[in-house]
Design a protein around this ligand. Sequence first.
Ligand SMILES: O=C(O)CCC(=O)C(=O)O
Ligand SMILES: [Fe+2]
Length: 296
Amino acid sequence: MTATVSAPTGFEPLDPAIREQYDRDGFVVIPNALPEEDRAYFEDAVDRIYGEEEAAGELRPDRSIHVMGWMHKDPRFVELLTWPQTFPYIWGTMGWNIYTHHNHIDVNPPKDEPPFWNWHQDGYRQNSDIDMDVRPMFMTKICYALTDLSEPGYGNTKVIPGSHKNNTLAGRPEKEGDPIIEPEGAVEVLLNPGDAFIFDRRLWHSRSMNKSERIRKLMFIGYTYRWIRPLDEAVADQSSEWFKGLSPLHQQLLGYGPDHASFWGIKQSGWIDDEIPLRAELKSRGLLDRTIPFLR
Ligand SMILES: O=C(O)CCC(=O)C(=O)O
Ligand SMILES: [Fe+2]
């Protein structure tokens, strides 16, 4: 008798060791997140978007693109919101009251550029408006590699493992012309085509130079809590036929709520936990967990 390995559904409980690794390092690599057929499909879709940007004269001077709010630009993109191989890493690190407020597609051709300082935590004002010794997490971002990013110098994202609990990073050049010195502990996240990685938005990270001969293509999806406002202009046009045809879960993950109180998990009569599609889905599968506040 041959053992059958059932295909992932996106609703497998996250291994607690992965949650611990995420809490410790601030990022986790997910090998083979996109089977080759799907990776090729999404690369074609990204190429098409690149062509549209080029035709519209929207390429940057270095011929790169950074397109925000792209979920509606291909009929299959929404599948990525609950992708079977990766979705457990999203709800398993953030819980059920979430949606994507910010997502971007990046295409970066090779570029010979002088060293630059791009180290940052995501969230911009979130880092200034709240005065806390360890900042709140607020976002898990997933990055899908559509091209080969498996060797240093391919324009890989750089991270400092474990730096997400630090509010500051030493070494920022004070003025133009100061030398660029790589911060201690910086590593490039190496990904094969089809791999993904998640990172905590507080993780100190940086774009790096693409010194390879190939074009770098990535899809980023940031998930945050429903009570945080959208960042992208066009997360989704909720009045479109496209949006109306999506499942309640995908609509939630694109920012739908029947009223503002819903984003806070309440209405006048009380809590509405069970009305939030992702919670209802997790509940029906026995995946709520009283020991984890965001999964209660
Ligand atoms: O392009 C990169 O490697 C970095 C992107 C980035 O900073 C981000 O997605 O938050
Ligand atoms: Fe960033």
